[in-house]
Design a protein around this ligand. Structure first.
Ligand SMILES: C[S@@+](CC[C@H](N)C(=O)[O-])C[C@H]1O[C@@H](n2cnc3c(N)ncnc32)[C@H](O)[C@@H]1O
Length: 498
């Protein structure tokens, strides 16, 4: 794919899809006076809009690409009610422009689906000036939460511009972008009376694999409707759920949430991410006889001292609970020095030093100013022999009680989440609670399955195990677990990587 195509998110919408979108919008009985396509490219939505909205009096198309603008201008040269202008979205005075237009306006189109991180790696400047528009903290920025689609910025900007006017927005975007824009609008008092998400197959129309949708919003002064119907396709008959805000938190399916919300509340245990090391080929090993094989195929002879059995997300997701791999864990606590390995396990220290070019050049800033060969996401909880664990990556919600393997606690990778338990009985009890239908329903109501990590710590910590036990009528059975649970993990730092 060309650099330019990536940089400008240049995937022109097939007219078949833009026709489906505009005819769907007519079913919503909207009657725009003006239609704007802010990143119009070859103008599919302007063309479809002209066919579907007889009442629309004026059309505007903008794009940064001169060639698209020239082609489209010549296509429409005989029409008096259309302006096609070469314009960078980010430097345009949208407020000034929209203020003077007669309403209702329909902003429609398909803004570029590219993230600021990707633009950063190719050295592109196709970005807004201020990138941290979500107002994230330094920690979130470091762990990647400040990564955003530039379409998220564009749609948030257009929402602000259309706010308090009778207008509409209908944009193709990633479902994750649509959710972020909606959440941002709902939390920031944008006046909206109707929001909807229509899913569509991005592989079919754009040959890309991403959860994709048409995001529709109707702006109306003094209306604050904080929910959105979700449809399985571009068809008003096929509503599958309604997402929205309850108690200032985003809920994926309000209906299921209301049914299962009795178990929402306080987390008695602290959910943890598994271990992070960012050097799988060096740190993850296979046992071969009494030796180990690393990701480069090298057979190595290491002491067992720092080697632990490992389960990865794919293991948990597929119920493979006998570890096939091991991992080198160089510390017990994030503050521990690592140079003690020299004496305790000299062969391991030699091995790590042989791969120091990889280990000392790990990209994430979490390794900066920390001991040589350190790992991340560890504490006492990492070494507890019993855990209740789930993969964050799989749609089939299933918890497993994980016990020790060959006398050692099993480690989990950083795409898994777990709570540490004191013993087998406790782990089995909690696993049964979490795998109960009401618990699964509750998680389903909060989880967006198109997300890369459907299950997150934010979701898990909303399950109140004590309320769950009460709902299931087993609160007397093992209530001691829940009583003591807070003591286990109060002092540990919570790490969230997603
Ligand atoms: C996904 S394509 C969609 C084009 C068109 N809206 C459609 O649906 O067929 C994104 C378009 O955004 C344009 N674009 C990218 N960055 C832009 C910017 N900063 N300002 C204006 N247009 C931009 C690209 O040139 C490209 O035509």
């Amino acid at each position: 794919m060309s650099r330019r195509r990536i940089e400008f998110g240049d995937f022109q919408t097939p007219i078949k899809l833009s026709n489906l979108v505009t005819s769907l919008l007519t079913e919503l009985s909207i009657k725009p006076h003006i239609i704007i396509e802010p990143t119009c490219g070859s103008g599919s939505f302007l063309i479809s809009g002209m066919g579907s909205f007889n009442g629309a009096k004026y059309f505007y198309g903008f794009d940064i690409n001169k060639e698209y603008i020239q082609d489209l201008s010549s296509k429409f040269k005989d029409r008096k009610n259309i302006e096609i202008v070469e314009q960078d979205f980010f430097s345009f005075n949208w407020n000034g422009f929209v203020q003077n237009l007669k309403k209702p306006i329909l902003c429609i189109g398909n803004p570029p689906w590219v993230t600021n991180a990707v633009l950063g790696t190719i050295g592109s400047k196709n970005l807004p000036e201020k990138s941290n528009f979500q107002g994230l903290s330094g920690f979130s920025a470091k762990t990647g939460k400040s990564n955003f689609d530039i379409s998220e910025w564009m749609l948030t900007k257009l929402s602000k511009v259309l706010n308090k006017s009778d207008s509409y927005m209908a944009m193709l975007c990633k479902t994750s972008t649509a959710r972020k824009v909606l959440l941002h609008n709902w939390r920031n008092g944008i006046e909206i009376d109707d929001s909807r998400l229509f899913l569509f197959d991005s592989k079919k129309y754009f040959n890309i694999s991403a959860g994709a949708c048409l995001l529709y919003m109707s702006f109306k002064p003094n209306h604050f409707e904080k929910k959105a119907d979700i449809y399985s396709d571009l068809n008003l008959q096929n509503r599958i759920a309604t997402m929205g805000i309850i108690n200032n938190e985003l809920v994926a399916d309000i209906g299921s949430y209301k049914k299962a919300s009795a178990i929402g509340g306080f987390q008695y245990y602290t959910w943890r991410s598994g271990i992070k090391h960012d050097a799988a080929k060096v740190m993850e090993l296979e046992k071969v006889g009494d030796k180990y094989k690393n990701g480069f195929g090298e057979i190595i002879d290491l002491e067992d001292t720092y080697v632990y059995p490992l389960l990865k997300s794919s293991d948990l997701g597929n119920d493979r609970l006998e570890p096939r791999k091991c991992v080198i864990v160089t510390q017990k606590n994030m503050k521990d020095p690592t140079n003690t390995i020299t004496k305790k396990a000299p062969r391991t220290w030699d091995y790590l030093n042989r791969y120091s070019d990889i280990l000392l050049n790990r990209k994430s800033s979490i390794y900066i100013n920390r001991p040589r060969f350190c790992v991340f996401g560890i504490g006492d909880y990492t070494f507890s022999h019993w855990k209740v664990a789930i993969s964050g990556l799989y749609k089939n919600i299933h918890f497993n009680a994980i016990g020790p393997y060959e006398g050692k606690p099993i480690m989990l990778d950083d795409t898994c989440y777990f709570i540490s338990c004191k013993n087998e009985k406790e782990a089995v009890f909690i696993t049964q609670l979490l795998n109960s239908p009401i618990s699964i329903d509750f998680i389903h109501s909060l989880v967006f399955f198109d997300a890369k990590r459907p299950v997150t710590i934010d979701v898990l910590k909303r399950i109140d195990l004590r309320k769950l036990a009460t709902e299931l009528g087993v609160e007397k059975k093992d209530i001691n677990c829940l009583k003591q649970s807070k003591n286990i993990s109060d002092s540990q730092t919570c790490l969230v990587f997603d």
